[in-house]
Design a protein around this ligand. Structure first.
Ligand SMILES: *Cc1c(COP(=O)(O)O)cnc(C)c1O
Length: 223
């Protein structure tokens, strides 16, 4: 069996203070997640509502779940009662729906705004301008049941370290811009979620505060 505990500890040992690990257990069975849990890990990430809905009830209730994938508006209701952070918010519509569903459970759900900085074409994430527009529009300020805690992004899936670095530095610079402009008086806006198995050491150099690592900890996924 893949040495989950050993790999988890290797990843943790390589992270500087102040960088937290989301262990991404998608497509891996609950036993694997339990192996990481028993080794001390408490923050786990999933990117499919159905899979998370199966795992969450049978796994320890003190797990902090991060939803890291694209979330359809009509599925927010299935995770609103327990989700700790929704990392990939890329529209005002989704933000509003999270607020509405969290209100029903009398909770505040933490969220990150997902940026699209990769040269690679992916469907998801806000361009820098779209993110500026969303924040400038201002109606997010009235939402009582979501807390915008920072930004999330994915670099292009390439071997070129300089390309990865320049994309993630663009995200880090953008964080500073919006922090100053919109969140100067909110210490909760402090998270920069970037870095996956292939690029988390670079992400850490680019001021990541959250890395989301799956394969390095759990092994290759079997789809
Ligand atoms: C799957 C996934 C990860 C983890 O990817 P690995 O390459 O297995 O570390 C991180 N972030 C997101 C958004 C993912 O979907």
């Amino acid at each position: 069996m893949h040495d989950i505990k050993g790999h988890l500890h290797e990843v943790l040992a390589s992270l500087p203070d102040g960088v937290r690990l989301v262990a991404v257990g998608k497509y891996h069975p609950c036993e694997d997640i339990m192996a990481a849990y028993d080794a001390g890990q408490r923050i786990f990430g999933e990117n499919h509502v159905q899979e998370l809905a199966k795992k969450q009830p049978v796994l320890p209730q003190d797990i902090e779940w991060h939803f890291i994938g694209h979330l359809q508006t009509n599925k927010v209701k299935y995770i609103a009662s327990y989700i700790s952070m929704i990392e990939a918010v890329d529209s005002l519509k989704l933000l509003r729906e999270i607020d509405r569903q969290a209100a029903k459970h009398d909770r505040v759900v933490k969220v990150l705004l997902e940026l699209h900085v990769a040269q690679e074409d992916t469907k998801y994430g806000l361009s820098l301008d779209a993110c500026r527009n969303l924040l400038e529009e201002g109606s997010w300020r009235a939402l009582q049941h979501v807390q915008i805690c920072g930004l999330m992004t994915m670099a292009s899936n390439v071997d070129d370290e300089e390309q990865i670095r320049s994309e993630l530095m663009a995200a880090a610079d953008f964080f500073d811009e919006v922090k100053e402009q919109y969140f100067g008086d909110s210490p909760e806006f402090c998270e920069r979620s970037w870095g996956m198995s292939h690029d988390y050491p670079i992400a850490v150099e680019c001021r990541s505060t959250i890395v989301r690592v799956g394969t390095t900890i759990f092994g290759e996924r079997k789809y």
